[in-house]
Design a protein around this ligand. Structure first.
Ligand SMILES: *[C@@H]1O[C@H](CO)[C@@H](O)[C@H](O)[C@H]1NC(C)=O
Ligand SMILES: *[C@@H]1O[C@H](CO)[C@@H](O)[C@H](O)[C@H]1NC(C)=O
Length: 543
């Protein structure tokens, strides 16, 4: 008995020693790391995703500095912000472009047009942020040392060189599921047989012909766009860093990205596709797992409704003034005739579409917290990725009124998934509008489908917040993550498409064919050559 006991103590002491030794050999140094986030794209909805990552890291006790062109909505008191705003003129050009798009029906053509007009400006203006003295101060001031730098991706791949600029690992933050241009820097396979981020094949179903066609065409289209963008990136790169001898080439910098946080969750949202270890899915990072208390007026307004409530918001890019007056009238007519309480996101509180006891106008809304409220029956949305994710998380059915960019795709997807309905905003009809609202609220199938989705969406080994903390600290601990890079990152076009192997295979086949031909000729001659000659000879003799 005593012997047993002493061996037990011995064992546990040994165990403790091993554990202590293990602790000592564990890589250390992620306490209070210095983290820099550079988010130059002028999109508030993307910025919310990036800031949710930064906030998560600040809450863990890291020293976070953020450079952005948009002032933050989501933040943390300890985050050090440097805002380099867009000029008023550029802002106006962007706003006018947006107003133009809203008036037209969403279509692939209009989406393409929007890509090439507003996007060109959005892409070009990002370089200005990096040239701004407020940003350059961060690396000219040698006292600043960063352990990792985050680059918010938005057609700005040249910015991955910030890792070399600050001599630290670089992580990409992207506001959607893995997409081609992020896959390119991570070596994540991009094949036309792998569904692109906007293709939704229902679970357990193949891609049908139309989807495969769409997938193939969009893979080609994105490749073409990428050639054009890479040309631009090279120019930006030269403009920013060609004079600096300490900087690597763009090609070298592009091969040095540690990982990418992608705001998607393939298992529940699709598309199901292979991902390399450098792709870390954090879908829903912007959704709070526990809602904050609502402002009093909103809380009271929601509680008052006996028939539940509706949230109506067309997002942060789209202001009320962009929508045509007739459409606003239609929306007001529809919403004011309902028995539900309606919270309407409206920019100008002095100039509202009309007064109605069941409508509360709000310039700014805690959208996520409102969607979490049990009274909420319907979310009428422009189908931006962020809002859709929040509604999905909280299981609120949707009526989508998509306008441009990724919104029509998101709307198609939510309708195909059975999370709600969609209508075109530009040609909205009041009866259709009311009928769609009634259907989504009264038919229980939408809420039921969403509930089972929501359960899958939340069932993960690590929450989005835990993933962000774990993988960021992992990269800091190991000074980058070169060991888990996909070999594809270091392979050129010929190698990654096996073109050389095809050429060798063709050569080998050709040689085999030639040898075969020679051998058969030889055999043929041996077998029949003599008798031929003989018969010929005989013929000659006979003559
Ligand atoms: C936090 O980061 C900023 C920017 O690099 C730096 O100036 C500051 O000294 C850091 N604070 C701490 C406590 O390390
Ligand atoms: C590659 O990343 C490391 C950190 O992981 C960084 O120190 C180095 O400067 C980077 N090199 C290039 C060529 O980008």
């Amino acid at each position: 008995m005593t012997q047993n006991r002493s061996t037990w103590i011995g064992c546990s002491l040994g165990g403790l020693l091993v554990a202590l030794l293990a602790l000592q050999t564990m890589p250390q140094g992620t306490e209070g790391a210095n983290i820099l986030g550079v988010f130059t794209s002028h999109s508030p909805s993307h910025f919310i995703v990036h800031m949710s990552i930064m906030k998560t890291l600040a809450e863990k006790g890291h020293n976070v500095t953020v450079v952005s062109s948009v002032p933050p909505k989501v933040t943390h008191k300890s985050i050090n912000h440097i805002v380099v705003p867009m000029s008023a003129e550029d802002e106006k050009v962007l706003n006018d472009g947006m107003a133009g798009m809203v008036k037209e029906k969403p279509s692939i053509w209009n989406t393409m047009k929007s890509i090439f007009s507003s996007l060109a400006l959005l892409i070009d203006k990002q370089v200005d942020v990096l040239e701004d003295p407020r940003f350059q101060e961060l690396y000219l001031n040698k006292g600043n040392k960063f352990d990792v730098v985050f680059v918010g991706f938005f057609f700005n791949t040249y910015q991955v060189a910030l890792g070399a600029r600050f001599n630290c690992p670089v992580i990409i933050s992207w506001s959607g599921p893995p997409m081609m241009m992020v896959n390119e820097v991570l070596g994540n396979p991009e094949l036309s047989s792998v569904p692109q981020m906007h293709i939704s094949a229902p679970p357990g179903q193949p891609m049908n012909f139309q989807q495969r066609m769409q997938n193939f065409a969009s893979t080609l289209g994105f490749n073409a766009l990428n050639i054009f963008l890479n040309h631009k990136y090279n120019k930006f790169y030269d403009r920013l860093w060609s004079k600096d001898k300490s900087m690597p080439t763009f090609a070298q910098a592009k091969r040095n990205v540690s990982l990418a946080f992608c705001n998607g969750h393939g298992i529940s949202e699709g598309p199901i596709r292979p991902n390399v270890p450098g792709v870390i899915e954090i879908g829903g990072i912007q959704v709070k797992s526990k809602p904050d208390p609502l402002p009093e007026d909103i809380q009271e307004f929601l509680e008052k409704g006996k028939h539940g409530a509706i949230l109506f918001s067309l997002g942060s890019n789209l202001k009320g003034e962009h929508i045509q007056p007739e459409v606003v009238k239609t929306i007001f007519k529809g919403l004011s005739s309902l028995k539900q309480q309606v919270i309407w996101k409206w920019e100008d509180p002095k100039n509202t579409p009309g007064k109605s006891a069941n409508i509360l106008y709000k310039k700014w809304l805690p959208q996520d917290d409102i969607l979490a409220h049990p009274k909420l029956k319907l979310f009428i949305t422009h189908a931006g990725k962020g809002g859709v994710a929040e509604a999905q998380y909280h299981g609120v059915p949707m009526l989508a009124l998509p306008v441009f960019a990724d919104q029509p795709g998101n709307a198609d997807k939510l309708v195909a998934s059975g999370y709600g309905l969609q209508l075109p905003l530009a040609t909205l009809d009041v009866d259709e509008f009311k009928a769609a609202i009634k259907e989504v609220i009264e038919n229980p199938k939408y809420a039921k489908t969403l509930k089972s989705f929501s359960q899958l969406y939340r069932d993960r080994p690590l929450s989005p917040q835990e993933s962000v903390v774990y993988w960021t600290e992992y990269v800091i601990r190991h000074h980058g993550a070169a060991h888990m890079q996909s070999p594809l990152v270091h392979m050129n076009f010929i190698a990654s498409n096996n073109l050389d192997i095809y050429i060798i295979a063709a050569l080998v086949l050709y040689i085999v064919f030639i040898i075969n031909k020679i051998v058969w000729k030889f055999v043929w001659r041996k077998l029949f050559g003599k008798s031929n000659k003989v018969s010929k000879g005989k013929k000659v003799k006979k003559q």
